[in-house]
Ligand binder design. Structure first.
Ligand SMILES: Cc1cc2nc3c(=O)[nH]c(=O)nc-3n(C[C@H](O)[C@H](O)[C@H](O)COP(=O)(O)O)c2cc1C
Length: 173
């Protein structure tokens, strides 16, 4: 199974989570971890499982303006391409499995929101089928760090995703 993890990250926390998820997935096959600029249609076409994540900004997916608020001296990693924009015309899933993750602050979920839900909704609209509930990983402050144990949880989540995605591929074949 080939998995593709696509993410963006201002301060490095979502980057670390994306790589931990990929570590979990890698026990079951090849994994590419890419920012939107590198995740071209060929990469997406080759993916048996797609996992997409961002930080949570203003309760949803980052925008160019929220990047500028958070870290004015940078442009988004990925030569300025945002996951929000990448999802507009990402190759259709044709029922292939996908799911979403986000990082968010360590406060009640109703207060913080989570980008994961919005990402999952966009994936569904593009014809990807939901392989797992969208999940958030928690940071202790805007710049991090991640709460203790979150990278272990991300690895375990990646592992579990691969098991479910492999199972559904077997059922479909
Ligand atoms: C402009 C901006 C808006 C934010 N809004 C939210 C928010 O609505 N809810 C939340 O939980 N965290 C919010 N955060 C904190 C982010 O969740 C945190 O910076 C992010 O998870 C860190 O991930 P990163 O290191 O990959 O950028 C915001 C951060 C910035 C910079």
């Amino acid at each position: 199974m080939r998995s593709l993890v696509v993410y963006e990250s201002l301060f490095g926390n979502t980057d670390a989570v994306a790589h931990a998820i990929a570590e979990g997935l890698s026990r079951y096959g090849e994994v590419a971890v890419l920012t939107p600029d590198a995740a071209d249609p060929e990469e997406v076409r080759a993916a048996d499982l797609l996992v997409v994540g961002t930080p949570t900004h203003a309760r949803g997916l980052p925008r160019a303006s929220s990047w500028a608020n958070g870290k004015p001296e940078t442009v988004p990693r990925g030569a300025g391409r945002l996951v929000r924009d990448w999802l507009i015309d990402v190759s259709t899933g044709d029922g292939r499995p996908a799911t979403a993750f986000a990082t968010r602050l360590d406060k009640p979920r109703w207060l913080t929101g989570s980008a994961a839900r919005g990402i999952a909704r966009r994936l569904r609209r593009r014809g990807w089928s939901r392989v797992a509930t969208p999940t958030s990983f928690v940071v202790l402050g805007t710049k991090g760090p991640l709460r203790d144990g979150e990278l272990d949880r991300a690895r375990a989540w990646g592992d579990a995703l691969a098991v479910v995605a492999t199972g559904s591929a077997l059922v479909q074949s």
